[in-house]
Design a protein around this ligand. Structure first.
Ligand code: GLU
Length: 522
């Protein structure tokens, strides 16, 4: 290693919104960097111009800003190893490709897409698979078969070409993976990967990735399992460059699996079951399609971070709720699982609830006030906080494409369907409703009228003030007014403690609602 300082990187390709699995990869890099007092680099791998999506880079930066994952250097953060956007490093890659060509570790190939397709079809016809490698390269149009002079002539004539990595067959390549141990692949299964293309003068992912990790003095490559098959090629590239002694250590993280554990987590799983797979809402600039995001769904960033941290790693004790600081202390790359981590989104609700409950009612209030405003209701933060206090421990029913489910209030937005009656008086009563049928009988209207008359005399309309007058009346008359009173104020059989609700609504509103119910239901 060039320096003893830990240096890790998160290196997304700006091809769209960042998948939640990518967020977890970045988080693990972050935890590892912080734990070792190292640096976290943000590099943009945008050498595939056909897959570039405008706005994706900004989206990724905003997502990490929201999540509180801070980078030390990279695109938009600065640093001494830049530029950090690969499209701005063309000359660097060209130089290193030249170096491989010079050393005979790579060669130039002129085969056109049509020629390659013909070879593939031919092989397929014979029930085989074509691979550009030691077994086929001497039958192709490349500098090895054409010779130096003809190669130069074709280049001078402007014929497009690619540079391919020359892989020696028959060698066991070892990848020393921190999570998976010694992973061995025989080089014969690898093809002579394209490293560079003359058409756009750009490298492919593999070359750019290795050159940059080397030049940026990256010490550990922590990335998703989908890159494990590329790792042997990367090892061979380090070797070909003569950089093997400073090669980073690898750690390939387990995949995120569908909630049922069967297969890789996809956006469709989220759409079906009602959870986002992106940190922020994403507006596809090409199709206009909108994909939901954790932020917009009302998740707290610390809940998302905590939830993700435990998908593939656990601290080995029973502690599930951890601050970022605690995670930094406890994180252990070696204890990451080799097996895929089931994306238990219901656990995500739980985390959000836990973090919401750690916030005061007043802290919930601004978001609740905005939600109410969207319903056309004006409410002060103080009153909103009172509703939060009364309703945050309730259960709600929510919809998924697999049918209705129940959960504890886990989002500020869960409050609205539970709290509508705090702000909107009943305008009708469903006489088919079981609760109403059971609790509104002959004579109930008269009892409610008595209670209305009594409440009209109460000056102190706090919960205590009402109780002081109503409880003795209940005692005296034996009337049990609670459920009928609930019908009057709520319109159905749900809601908080009646005195608390009544105090919140205030005398005028309470008398009005009772009057309306009596007139309508008698
Ligand atoms: N650009 C790659 C990606 O999009 C980076 C893979 C790696 O970390 O090497 O995931």
């Amino acid at each position: 290693m060039n320096s003893s300082k830990v240096r890790v990187r998160f290196a997304p390709s700006p091809t769209g919104p960042l998948h939640i699995g990518g967020v977890r990869t970045a988080l693990y890099n972050y935890l590892f960097a912080r734990q070792h007092g190292g640096d976290l680099i943000f590099r943009i791998e945008d050498t595939d111009s056909t897959r570039f999506v405008p706005g994706a880079e900004e989206y990724i930066i905003e997502a990490f800003h929201w999540l509180g994952i801070q980078f030390d250097e990279g695109v938009s953060f600065g640093g001494n190893y830049g530029p950090y956007r690969q499209s701005e490093r063309k000359d660097i890659y060209k130089k290193y490709v030249g170096q491989l060509l010079q050393a005979g570790r790579a060669y130039i190939a002129f085969d056109t897409p049509e020629e390659l397709k013909a070879r593939r079809d031919e092989a397929e016809g014979a029930g085989q698979k074509f691979q550009y490698d030691a077994s086929t390269r001497m039958q192709m149009r490349n500098s090895l078969t054409l010779g130096a002079e003809e190669t130069q002539r074709l280049i001078d004539a402007g014929e497009p070409y690619v540079v391919r990595f020359l892989i020696q067959p028959g060698e066991d390549v070892h990848v020393d993976d921190i999570i998976r141990g010694d992973v061995v692949i025989n080089s014969s299964v690898l093809d002579d990967k394209v490293l560079w293309k003359s058409a756009d003068q750009l490298p492919t992912y593999h070359l750019a990735n290795i050159v940059d990790d080397h030049l940026m003095e990256v010490t550990h490559v922590i990335r998703g399992e989908e890159w494990l098959p590329s790792a042997p090629l990367h090892v061979l590239l380090y070797r070909a460059f003569g950089w093997e002694d400073t090669m980073p250590r690898f750690a390939h993280l387990p995949l995120l699996l569908k909630p049922d554990g069967k297969g890789k987590l996809s956006k469709r799983d989220g759409d079906r079951l009602g959870f986002p797979v992106f940190p922020l809402e994403w507006h596809n600039p090409e199709t206009g399609e909108v994909s939901s995001g954790y932020r917009e769904q009302g998740y707290l960033p610390e809940a998302v971070v905590n939830f993700l941290a435990l998908l593939g790693w656990n601290p080995g004790d029973d502690q599930e709720l951890m601050s970022l600081q605690e995670m930094v202390q406890k994180f252990n790359l070696e204890k990451c699982s080799k097996n895929g981590a089931r994306f238990d989104y219901v656990k995500g609700f739980w985390f959000n609830r836990e973090y919401l409950l750690r916030r005061s009612d007043a802290e919930w209030a601004p978001a609740f006030v905005s939600l109410l405003a969207a319903q056309g209701i004006t409410c002060s933060e103080e009153r909103a906080a009172q509703v939060v206090e009364l309703m945050k421990s309730k259960v709600i029913e929510y919809q998924t494409n697999d049918g209705p489910r129940k959960r504890n209030v886990s989002f500020v937005s869960d409050l609205w369907p539970l709290c509508r009656f705090f702000f909107v008086a009943p305008t009708s009563f469903n006489t088919e409703d079981k609760f109403i049928r059971k609790n509104w009988k002959e004579g109930t209207a008269a009892e409610m009228q008595q209670m209305l008359n009594l409440l009209a005399t109460v000056d102190d309309f706090s919960a205590e003030g009402q109780k002081a007058v109503v409880d003795p009346w209940v005692e005296q008359t034996g009337i049990k007014p609670w459920n009928a009173w609930r019908v009057c104020l709520v319109g159905e059989g749900q809601g908080p403690d009646m005195y608390a609700l009544s105090a919140f609504l205030g005398k005028e509103e309470v008398l009005r609602r009772m009057d309306f119910a009596i007139a309508t239901l008698q």
